[in-house]
Ligand binder design. Structure first.
Ligand code: RP5
Length: 164
């Protein structure tokens, strides 16, 4: 599978959460590339990799960081690909990461998802929805995922009164 989605995270310590984005893309048959680059610690290498993605045929970039989370914004400033930001949990429950990622000044957008695992999964699903516009196999996979999710909710059995 040619990679069409990039996943970049500020630290290897983000991987236990961001692997859920990678697993979700994998389950939908979407090729992706994963990297650790920091906006603060490896700015040059980060820009080089992000700057080459469009030419290499990528469609979307997912960028995750925690704390003073500038990574998604720096990525969005470096490429014209859509950038989806995932705020990582932090010493202050990810509120710093969320605000740093979501509060972009007008002109350079970052589509920001929820803090942590839910955001990682939803970033992959949103990336899939974007890729699906130009790829019928991915479109079918996204549709099947939604159908299966609906089926699972509807097959919920009786809700016991005793709280078990
Ligand atoms: C950010 O700082 C990373 O994205 C990570 O969420 C946070 C902490 O990084 P480490 O100190 O664990 O490397 O850049």
């Amino acid at each position: 599978m040619n990679p069409v989605v990039g996943i970049v995270m500020g630290s290897k310590s983000d991987w236990p959460v961001m692997r859920h984005a990678a697993l979700t893309l994998e389950s939908l048959g979407i090729g992706h590339e994963r990297k650790v680059y920091s906006a603060h610690r490896t700015p040059k290498q980060c820009k080089e990799w992000v700057g080459g993605l469009e030419e290499r045929g990528f469609w979307v970039l997912i960028a995750a960081a925690g704390g003073a989370a500038h990574l998604a914004g720096v990525c969005a400033a470096t490429t014209e690909l859509p950038v989806l930001g995932v705020p990582m949990e932090s010493k202050v429950q990810g509120v710093d990461s969320l605000l740093s990622t979501v509060q972009m000044p007008a002109g350079i957008p970052v589509g920001t998802l929820a803090i942590g695992k839910a955001g990682a999964i939803n970033a992959a699903l949103l990336a899939a929805a974007i890729v699906a516009r130009g790829d019928d196999k991915v479109k079918a996979a996204v549709h099947a995922f939604r159908e299966e999710q609906t089926r699972k909710v509807l097959e919920t059995g009786d809700l016991p009164l005793d709280g078990e």
